[in-house]
Write a protein that binds this ligand. Structure first.
Ligand code: SME
Length: 165
């Protein structure tokens, strides 16, 4: 198993997403455990981009429950109708929030978080089984480049999850 992740020192996130995607694919292709794979995916994203908070919430019963993450401590349970995570879960769409203070119902786990992107992950049955939440301490830090790059990484995880389910 790879012991480190390699990426260019550039501000062009498109380049970095393209570089880390195959590394995440080979990393999680060697492991069948979903939690282990989510943990390493969060670690790679944190290291490559230096995001303030990167992590997954997993659908458990009628809530989203905190899963593997990198960053400061976070709220453990989110109702489907609450927060940016609940909104992404319910709408089944990637949500970009340029200013969290402008998002009605945003759940502030840390006052340092200023902008956010949440991407849903789909199981083989078409249901959302988790969301990837990335927070930044900079306003308006996420764009379509992140939406596309993170979606591709979520697809790698979805394919792996489908293979082992
Ligand atoms: N801000 C998220 C909650 C999770 S934390 O940011 C880690 C939300 O509104 O759903």
């Amino acid at each position: 198993m790879a012991e480190s992740v390699a990426f260019s020192k550039t501000n062009d996130r498109r380049v970095i997403y393209a570089e880390i995607a195959p590394q995440i694919e080979s990393l999680i292709g060697a492991e069948t455990d979903l939690i282990a794979n989510l943990a390493n995916a969060a670690a790679v994203l944190k290291e490559a981009f230096g995001f303030f908070w990167v992590g997954f919430y997993l659908k458990k019963g009628e809530q989203l429950v905190l899963g593997p993450f990198q960053g400061t401590l976070a709220c453990t349970r989110i109702d489907f109708d609450k927060g940016v995570c609940g909104h992404a879960y319910t709408t089944r769409e990637t949500v970009i929030v340029p200013d969290v203070e402008e998002f009605p119902g945003h759940i502030a786990c840390s006052s340092a978080s200023k902008s956010e992107i949440v991407v849903p992950l789909f199981g083989r049955n078409g249901e959302v089984f988790a969301v990837l939440d990335v927070d930044s301490d900079v306003l308006n830090d996420f764009s379509e480049v992140d939406a596309e790059g993170l979606r591709k990484i979520c697809e790698i995880i979805e394919n792996r999850a489908a293979n082992v389910a």
